[in-house]
Design a protein around this ligand. Structure first.
Ligand SMILES: C[S@@+](CC[C@H](N)C(=O)[O-])C[C@H]1O[C@@H](n2cnc3c(N)ncnc32)[C@H](O)[C@@H]1O
Length: 293
């Protein structure tokens, strides 16, 4: 069970720890939401789970009690020290690291090495996404400031089977936005090419201490049977198209691609009923995927 708001306040006082806004330190104080996160993720004994920002260890403890092996990365030195003292000694299935989730999006877990630590030389680096991987899930109450760049890094693969993420409602809406809407952007395309949205849960501010002044949601994402991972160059191009979302695709692409490559994109746009005059936000996810292959 997580700490109550009072218990959390008392523990923070004992640690002499002031919640840091810039690290998104809004700690979960609601047992139902902790249970719901584990239920949505279908956590069972033996699962490998990555957690970003374990904080005071609320989700972490629940995951460990459910029999999961947990890989967690915490940036706050004081919270990392607290967990090292309280959770690590009694939980050999917890791999806790101090660090930045932007440097370690999977908290140091390597799904490829977990299957085989002897990779053929020519499969190092960029080709790792095609290699066999150990299945894993991600369950996290994300620090909101990094949620989109972190998600972008995770979507470069290897991919988890499922992600259950506590997010700012506004970020979640961008991730699942549909074409033709203002919220539809590069991250919507990368995410929806690899994951399907399953029913999640709205989370009131009262479930956290301190209470955030934004709305939160538990986003529940299941990996598609044939997920698509965009190559880095195509991702950069798609991002560029959305950075100038009011501009016609034709003028953006002509400036970024060789003439033959641009002509290929235009031909595909036209075959799908669009044109060089179309804007990035009008183009559906499947067509962006076609551009990449
Ligand atoms: C919203 S709190 C969640 C805490 C805890 N998991 C819970 O649910 O109560 C976010 C946590 O992420 C940590 N954090 C913030 N930025 C981080 C980063 N870049 N890398 C790793 N952890 C980070 C914060 O220190 C904090 O512990």
């Amino acid at each position: 069970m997580p700490l109550t708001p009072t218990g959390t306040r008392e523990l923070l006082a004992k640690l002499g720890h002031q919640p840091k806004r810039f690290l998104g330190q809004n700690f979960l104080v609601d047992g139902n939401i902790v249970r719901k996160s584990l239920d949505l993720a279908g956590i069972k004994a033996g699962d490998t789970v990555v957690e970003v920002g374990p904080g005071l260890g609320t989700l972490t403890s629940a995951l460990l009690e459910a029999g999961a092996e947990v890989w967690a990365v915490e940036k706050d030195r004081q919270l990392h020290a607290h967990l090292t003292e309280t959770l690590v000694p009694s939980h050999p299935r917890l791999h806790l690291m101090e660090g930045d989730a932007m440097d370690f999006p999977l908290a140091g877990f390597d799904p490829v090495a977990a299957v085989s630590d002897r990779l053929p030389a020519d499969t190092a680096g960029g080709h790792r996404t095609a290699l066999p991987t150990k299945p894993f899930k991600i369950v996290a109450n994300l620090p909101y400031a990094i949620s989109t760049p972190w998600m972008d890094a995770v979507l470069s693969g290897p991919l988890p089977d499922r992600m259950v993420l506590m997010l700012q409602l506004e970020a979640a809406e961008r991730y699942v936005a549909k074409p033709g809407t203002k919220l539809f952007g590069a991250i919507s395309i990368f995410l929806q090419s690899a994951f399907a949205l399953e029913p999640g849960h709205r989370v009131p501010a009262a479930c956290f201490h301190p209470r955030p002044d934004i709305e939160s949601v538990l986003l529940n994402l299941a990996r598609l049977p044939e997920p698509f991972i965009f190559p880095a160059e195509t991702k950069a191009l798609i991002r560029a198209c959305f950075q100038q979302r009011r501009k016609q695709l034709g003028s953006i692409l002509r400036g970024k691609l060789a003439p033959e490559a641009a002509a290929r994109w235009f031909a595909r746009l036209e075959a799908a009923g669009f044109s060089a005059q179309s804007r990035a936000e009008q183009v559906p996810v499947a067509l962006w995927r076609d551009f990449a292959v």
